[in-house]
Design a protein around this ligand. Structure first.
Ligand SMILES: Cc1cc2nc3c(=O)[nH]c(=O)nc-3n(C[C@H](O)[C@H](O)[C@H](O)COP(=O)(O)O)c2cc1C
Length: 211
């Protein structure tokens, strides 16, 4: 087997999956809601990410239409309610439509109990749990991308609103449960172009001095 040949799936397929994933604008999502069983299956696989102490800190909230609409309205009110509301009314209208019409919305959170013995003895746990949930989220994006389901990972601070926890039925809530991602998803025919990255040698510090 050559060094570039994958043992599980062809290496070039995996590379292509990772390299072609792009954030899509929810405005480009169309068609019906992707089957929820597809999303469930992706979550089941995606959560098998590295996780120090095996704490399984992630929670996934797969919203229904009523929850999506309520969040869309909450977010629009947040956007409109700024020091210069006039300038933001248009944006609020746009966001209301974008959020309200998304075929799917999955919220990913990270729960670390600050009172647990582990958290008290290992302060790094909070960051490590968050890192693990980010890995799971990227797994999820890749699995969805492979099915042709476009995504946008958003961190719009909608969870700051006091109604947020009630709407999604947050299990633990602040401050021990943090929102990691609002994942908008849907079928899309829009394929954003690849973006430019810095040359690898600017970020790879290769200690091999034989090169
Ligand atoms: C932690 C995190 C938070 C993000 N939050 C937002 C967001 O709030 N709004 C948004 O438009 N995109 C958000 N993005 C998507 C990035 O803007 C996007 O990944 C970036 O522009 C690179 O594009 P690509 O995903 O197509 O490579 C977020 C991405 C990450 C990883």
């Amino acid at each position: 087997m050559s060094t570039t040949e994958g043992r599980i799936v062809p290496q070039s397929d995996l590379e292509s999956l990772i390299a072609t994933r792009r954030t899509s604008k929810p405005a480009t999502f169309e068609g019906p809601e992707p089957d929820r069983s597809l999303i469930r299956n992706c979550i089941e696989v995606a959560r098998k990410a590295p996780n120090h102490h095996r704490t399984e800190p992630a929670y996934f909230y797969l919203l229904n239409r009523r929850q999506i609409q309520e969040l869309a309205e909450l977010n629009a009110a947040r956007v409109a309610d700024s020091p210069s509301p006039k300038a933001n009314l248009e944006k609020a209208e746009r966001k209301l439509k974008e959020w309200g019409q998304t075929p799917g919305l999955l919220i990913v959170t990270c729960h670390t109990d600050p009172g647990s013995t582990l958290a008290r003895s290992k302060p790094a746990l909070f960051e490590e749990d968050y890192a693990a949930v980010c890995c799971m989220t990227q797994n999820l994006l890749l699995l969805l991308h492979n099915l042709g389901i476009a995504t946008k990972w958003s961190t719009a601070p909608i969870w700051k609103h006091s109604d947020f926890a009630r709407i999604i039925g947050l299990k633990h809530g602040e401050p021990s449960e943090r929102v990691v991602a609002l994942l908008f998803y849907g079928w899309s025919q829009d394929f954003p172009k690849t973006r430019q990255f810095r040359p690898l040698d600017e970020i790879l510090i290769d200690g091999d001095d034989s090169r």
